[in-house]
Design a protein around this ligand. Structure first.
Ligand code: GDP
Ligand code: MG
Length: 192
């Protein structure tokens, strides 16, 4: 797990509240095949979908949200290998999390709940921003999870919710703006 831009130090998750202008670390979680890498590539504006596919990738980008620039480092590393150590590291390194399921795959929706619980366990004292994402909203005819179910699940888990289509680039920008806003909100509330 070697991010190109900013070395992650899993031993000190508290560095999440460090100074202004540092990059926000956002980790993408979710079952294989739900579209994590596609979402990350749309966010990063990468055309070539093949590079780094095997090993997991980090993407670095700055986006302007509410007239203020934010640097985001996106970690698409969840399936890099299946070692428990790496998974625990992922659970510690993020300032925010995107938990993705596919609306066409109910098992991935159930997995998303599990991940939310694991995350809560790993970061008990932190109130980390999380967005639950129902991806592949374009696949209308093979949908297995309704918008209402997704929304209800997010309510139970006390996180935000959005449906996206990485293929159509639908709501992907909104997703990342949303995560930046949540990180800022949380930071502000900590500083008061
Ligand atoms: P990952 O394993 O979670 O990283 O999933 P990938 O990003 O590799 O995507 C898995 C498969 O789902 C690929 O064939 C993608 O083209 C497809 N896919 C990803 N996002 C979407 C989407 O929004 N709509 C549709 N129709 N297919 C998608
Ligand atoms: Mg992937």
């Amino acid at each position: 797990l070697e991010p190109a831009h900013e070395p992650a130090d899993p031993a000190s998750p508290s560095c999440a509240s460090a100074g202004e202008g540092r990059a926000h670390k956002v980790v993408v979680l979710g079952e294989q095949g739900v579209g994590k890498s596609c979402l990350a590539q749309v966010f990063a504006d990468v055309e070539d979908a093949h590079e780094g596919e095997e090993n997991g990738t980090t993407y670095s980008r700055s986006i302007v949200v509410d007239e203020e620039e934010a640097n985001v480092v996106l970690y698409d590393v969840w399936e890099q290998d299946n070692s428990q150590g790496l998974k625990e590291q992922c659970m510690l390194l993020g300032d925010a999390y995107i938990i993705v399921y596919s609306v066409t795959d109910r098992a991935s929706f159930e997995k998303a709940s599990e991940l939310r619980i694991q995350l809560r366990r790993a970061r008990q004292s932190d109130n980390i921003p999380i967005i639950l994402v129902g991806n592949k909203s374009d696949l209308v005819r093979s949908r297995e999870v309704s918008v209402e179910e997704g929304r209800a699940c997010a309510m139970v888990f006390d996180c935000k919710f959005i449906e996206t289509s990485a293929s159509l680039h639908h709501n992907v920008q909104d997703l990342f703006e949303g995560i930046v806003r949540q990180i800022r909100l949380r930071k502000d509330s900590k500083e008061q």
